[in-house]
Design a protein around this ligand. Sequence first.
Ligand code: ZN
Ligand code: ZN
Length: 84
Amino acid sequence: MPFGPNGRRCRVCGCTQANACAGGCSWEDEDLCSTCHAAAIEVAGWLMEAVRPSWAALRREAERIAGDTPIPYALTEKGKAHAR
Ligand SMILES: [Zn+2]
Ligand SMILES: [Zn+2]
């Protein structure tokens, strides 16, 4: 997987300038894109508020929601969130 033209690559999802997230993203940090930054903020809130946060359960739920989305999501490129 080549690096973007300017060498930046999201440390979470691996998107680059040339291969941005499906909904489009921008740089929130040196190596963190806006898509992952927004997700991290959501997850941080969940971690602080949920009684007993379970990553497996959250991932299952997120994948269920993504599966219900009519737009095919491009998050599966690395096969990480690809359950089918
Ligand atoms: Zn990202
Ligand atoms: Zn991105």
